[in-house]
Design a protein. Structure first.
Length: 247
């Protein structure tokens, strides 16, 4: 978010409830909350696998040991790097351009460890992980999607964030489900939601007014009630909110 976004949302918070929903780790969202002035407010992390209100865990669902072992076996022959997330821990096995980008975007430092030993550590400590981020070139990500296809919808859901990233979450979670749990069905119908990617579609479709940003995927735009004139990077969300709630 830009300083302009922080200022605008900081003024808006006295009139409207602001709920941050993301695939990010909690620490990658708290600094946004702090800059807006809503630190401690409810937030939805890991696409809904973890809901927090301040330090209190409202809801948590993890990918279990058996699923982690199955994924590891299915991908063993591919050149794929893992990022493993549980609560405020983010583990990687080696550095990369993608890891550095995630570090910059979330303002969070990774922990380092071999993937299999990290899985064991997180299963022992938390019972599983909230999110897996698979990283690799397009060819390996295409092959990974094919290998993982039998697991889709059973115990896991997959989001192809882009050609080089696959995000894996436990089944039955999502931004729509998380927002409904925090606000209730009526609250969701009263909500305006913004999004750009596949994991935003259900939330935008179910909310009272779903808005796709200009840089959103075509499918996201097709189901939205409106599309912002500007992209997210150009403060498209703030520009649209200013048209609605000009201050």
């Amino acid at each position: 978010m830009t300083p302009k976004a922080y200022d605008f949302l900081g003024n808006l918070k006295s009139k409207h409830q602001l709920l941050l929903c993301s695939a990010r780790i909690p620490s990658g969202m708290r600094y946004h909350q702090e800059s807006i002035g809503i630190l401690g407010a409810p937030m939805l992390c890991y696409n809904g696998a973890l809901l927090l209100e301040g330090e209190q865990v409202v809801y948590s669902k993890t990918i279990a040991k058996s699923a982690l072992e199955t994924i590891s076996l299915l991908l063993d022959h591919l050149n794929v790097d893992w990022g493993l997330y549980a609560f405020d821990q983010w583990w990687v096995s080696k550095d990369s351009e993608r890891v550095q980008k995630e570090r910059y975007n979330t303002q969070t430092e990774p922990l380092w460890g071999e993937t299999r030993s990290t899985i064991k550590r997180l299963v022992d400590e938390f019972g599983g992980v909230h999110k897996i981020m698979l990283m690799g070139d397009k060819n390996n990500m295409d092959l990974a999607m094919e290998a993982l296809a039998p697991l889709q919808g059973d115990s896991l859901v997959f989001f192809r964030s882009n050609d080089t990233l696959i995000e894996i979450a436990p089944s039955g979670v999502g931004k729509k489900e998380g927002v409904t749990q925090l606000l209730g069905d009526h609250g969701l119908l009263d909500a305006m939601a913004f999004g750009d990617n596949d994991n935003d579609i259900a939330l935008l479709d179910a909310s009272g007014w779903g808005v796709a940003v200009q840089n959103a995927k075509p499918l996201v735009k097709s189901i939205a009630d409106a599309v912002t004139p500007l992209s997210c990077a150009d403060d498209g969300v703030i520009d649209y909110l200013n048209m609605c709630y000009g201050q």
